[in-house]
Ligand binder design. Structure first.
Ligand SMILES: [Zn+2]
Length: 297
């Protein structure tokens, strides 16, 4: 494909991505690593830039002005290095030291702080989670899972956090859980809910079956709002299981949960089936596979 013809006639944009990537490839003589392209995209993300502008103004500005290394010009909104090296050799040495310090920091972070970067720990957390998000249950085959600190890093002192009344290392397995990208983003930084010990709704006969095995189940009977929200969570859990293995029995579980939800709304199973039938008569089912993509002009 001729690049001009693509740019002028063919390119349909759903985001800024295509022109940014093509522009960068053009500037770099045609070849570029994925990492470099990803970096370039972040430069167009207003949210990311705003975030780092705040960071620049908060930490480096304070510390570097205090030590007389930089000066901040309010009017120009710019930084000025007060002792700009006057020789090439001094400039090169300064740059080399910066690189060295940056790499040292990144390396240490990888080794000690970032659970995602410590392969064996990451493996252990994902294995215990059975490869599923511990909040919504989505399997790792459908959404990338991240290893999340239960008690957040921001509350750590000397690498220790307080969990259930005792101090434990920030990066100990006890303080790590597997969450999908979406759940992890939705979780606020101040939230320290341990989703691994999440209790769940079970079918009515399960407690008796556990007792028959000689175990003593810890069971609480939910009603009202609590039952409603547990049923909603259950539907998501069954849906995630269905997405994972496509097993029809999982659809049966979903119908059971849906029936229970209807009952909570005062609608019997018969009445629910009547609603299903009525809708089918009026609007049809999904047998044809019609996929509607808006109106043609
Ligand atoms: Zn999730």
């Amino acid at each position: 494909m001729k690049i001009l013809s693509f740019l002028i006639n063919k390119m349909r944009m759903t985001g800024i991505y295509q022109p940014v990537i093509i522009k960068h490839l053009l500037l770099k003589g045609g070849t570029c690593s994925v990492n470099e392209l990803a970096n370039t995209l972040t430069k167009y993300d207003a949210g990311v830039i705003e975030y780092y502008e705040k960071i620049v103004m908060r930490y480096p500005k304070q510390t570097l002005t205090k030590h007389g290394v930089v000066e901040y010009d309010r009017k120009e909104k710019s930084f000025k290095l007060l002792d700009m090296p006057s020789t090439k050799a001094e400039l090169k040495e300064s740059l080399d030291i910066c690189d060295e310090k940056i790499n040292e920091w990144l390396h240490n972070r990888e080794m000690e702080n970032d659970p995602d970067a410590t392969p064996s720990l990451r493996y252990e957390v994902l294995r215990k989670a059975k490869g599923k998000c511990e909040l919504c249950g989505i399997p790792s085959s459908l959404a990338p899972l991240e290893v999340d600190h239960i008690v957040p890093r921001s509350t750590a002192k000397n690498g220790l956090v307080k969990k259930d009344g005792k101090m434990i290392p920030l990066n100990s397995e006890e303080n790590l859980q597997a969450l999908c990208f979406r759940c992890n983003r939705a979780k606020r930084d101040s939230d320290s809910t341990d989703f691994r010990t999440r209790k769940k709704l079970v079918r009515d006969n399960i407690p008796a079956m556990i007792e028959a095995e000689g175990r003593i189940p810890h069971v609480k009977e939910l009603t009202g709002k609590n039952l409603w929200s547990a049923l909603c969570d259950k539907l998501v859990e069954e849906h995630a299981e269905f997405l994972e293995d496509g097993d029809v029995s999982e659809l049966g579980d979903m119908i059971e949960v849906i029936t229970a939800l209807a009952e909570q709304k005062g609608v019997t199973q018969q009445e629910l089936l009547a609603i299903v039938e009525e809708k089918r008569m009026k609007n049809g089912g999904f047998e044809r596979g019609y996929f509607y993509a808006g109106d043609k002009q």
